[in-house]
Write a protein that binds this ligand. Sequence first.
Ligand code: SF4
Length: 88
Amino acid sequence: MSKIKIKVDADLCIGAAACVTVAPETFQLNNENKADVLDHGQAPGGPAYEREVEVTDEELENILLSAESCPVLAVFVYDENGRQIFPR
Ligand code: SF4
């Protein structure tokens, strides 16, 4: 397991929903057609564009795939030390 932070830049996000298709447990479109970040399908504390989540290696791979699928690279992923993992 590792702890990561996932952030969607709402100014960049165009609601293309590629991230939602690849990682529906992590992303969900909100009323403004932007991607909210979920924690395993849940949104504790309410909707948010950024969230810290504990993930397995497999889940992390899938989240990175979803970030790569975003046509405008609006998804940012950081490790537990705050180092940016994606975009690389
Ligand atoms: S793929 Fe990118 S643009 Fe599309 S909803 Fe996700 S973050 Fe937004």
